[in-house]
Design a protein around this ligand. Structure first.
Ligand code: CO8
Length: 372
């Protein structure tokens, strides 16, 4: 068995920013349009009027202040309310491949590794732009990576599940290096016309380079242990899929975009994650007091505050549990990797930390690392 290390990470951040105020202004204009169009039905009680959204609610409920997206104009058009991304010919890179390659090149540069020396590319994300060929194979070709590539989808836990999958292959010796890439274009499957969720997500791509921990000379993080768990729940769901046409369901339906019962998710996922981390620490013999930093999934500030306190047994200092969700919003599987990528260089050799993601499925993934 070989040991595994994270030697580089990369983050692609889109250039368009939507602030809460911009988002709320567009949503409220959309709600007014909708209510005017449905005035008679609303008066008759057959259609429910859309209430306004509010920036104050968004910050208080989630901690999110803005989000990055690939296209701002389509989302903020009250008559449209979703991004406009021009379809690309089959012989040009797809959107996920393009942003994934950007993040991957940053990770490779950080480690000083040539793409040709990578044996595995995993594209791990909460949705795929097409059914096949795999996005990962396209990324492999665009990068000039060797070996093989495949796609994985475990919603918000895709990155940590990808890290465990790649780590297992490195441990077993079947590969030496892997890139786990998380292109998350959440804006394309978020329902921007629903005030309960319109503020939650943003777009980004992250990449993590994992290598056999042998003869490494640069700074890196040893992967001490990985653990994944799942438990079925319908509380976060998207019914869009390849059987849609067979169901005669091609119309604009609410359940073809992200849906969640946020309160239930909040209540059910917190104990699941807390127990998962506690069991992982018990089984590996790493006491929580050893952790210098927690890089948690970036869905909700209150959720992270709760989990941080559960893990450390006290309220973590801000530098011990960095949040990036105020700037990026929830970026599905990429969130904990952004937090890790942007807040890990300062750790001293020997310092330990925990990357942890959780979300739809339900799914939870944790990675215990040590600075070397
Ligand atoms: N403005 C003003 N008022 C609002 C708004 C708004 N925008 N939205 C809701 N309200 C109102 C509600 O109608 C409600 O009013 P009332 O009390 O009269 O009924 C009141 O505010 C309270 O609403 P909620 O109970 O919904 O508010 P919460 O405090 O529960 O906060 C949250 C809502 C922020 C969604 C919270 O429940 C939460 O964060 N839950 C956890 C969610 C979570 O972590 N989900 C993970 C999903 S990510 C994942 O798994 C990846 C999936 C794939 C990615 C998909 C990409 C698109």
């Amino acid at each position: 068995m070989y040991n595994v290390a994270i030697t580089g990470t990369g983050v692609f951040t889109p250039s368009h920013i939507i602030t809460n105020d911009e988002l709320v202004a567009a949503f409220n204009a959309h709600a007014d349009l909708y209510n005017a169009e449905n005035e008679a039905e609303i008066a008759a009680g057959t259609v429910t009027a859309k209430p306004h959204s509010s920036s104050d609610f968004i910050v208080a409920a989630s901690g999110i202040e803005q989000r990055y997206v690939l296209d701002k104009d389509g989302i903020l058009d009250p008559a449209r309310m979703f991004p406009k991304l021009a379809a690309r010919p089959d012989d040009t890179p797809g959107f996920m491949a393009e942003i994934g390659v950007d993040a991957a090149q940053e990770a490779l540069a950080a480690a000083g590794i040539d793409a040709a020396d990578v044996d595995l590319v995993i594209c791990a994300a909460c949705n795929m732009e097409r059914a096949y060929p795999a996005i990962a194979v396209e990324i492999q070709q665009l990068l000039g990576a060797g070996g093989f590539a495949f796609d994985m989808n475990v919603a918000c836990s895709s990155a940590t599940f990808g890290i465990q999958t790649a780590s297992d292959m490195i441990r077993a010796g079947s590969i030496r290096r892997a890139l786990v890439i998380n292109p998350e274009i959440c804006s394309a499957h978020l329902e921007w016309r629903d005030r309960d969720c319109h503020f939650i997500f943003g777009d980004v791509a992250t990449a993590t380079l994992l290598e056999r921990d042998e003869d490494l000379t640069g700074p890196h993080f040893k992967v001490l242990s990985t653990r994944c768990a799942t438990q079925f729940s319908n509380n976060i769901r998207n019914n869009n899929g390849y059987l849609r046409r067979t169901h005669d369901q091609m119309e604009d339906r609410r359940d073809m975009q992200f849906m969640q019962n946020g309160r239930k998710v909040f209540k059910e996922v917190l104990p699941l994650v807390s127990k998962h981390i506690a069991d992982h620490l018990d089984d590996t013999g790493v006491p929580a007091t050893d952790f210098a930093r927690l890089w948690l999934h970036q869905a909700n500030k209150t959720m992270n505050d709760y989990i941080g306190k559960k893990v450390l047994g006290r309220i973590p200092e801000p530098h011990e549990q960095p949040n990036i969700l105020q700037d990026y919003a929830n970026t599905s599987s990429a969130g904990s990797i952004i937090a890790f990528s942007q807040n890990s260089d300062d750790l001293a050799v020997g310092a330990k930390g925990l990357i942890c993601s959780f979300g739809a499925g339900y799914s939870v993934g944790s990675v215990i690392v040590e600075r070397a």
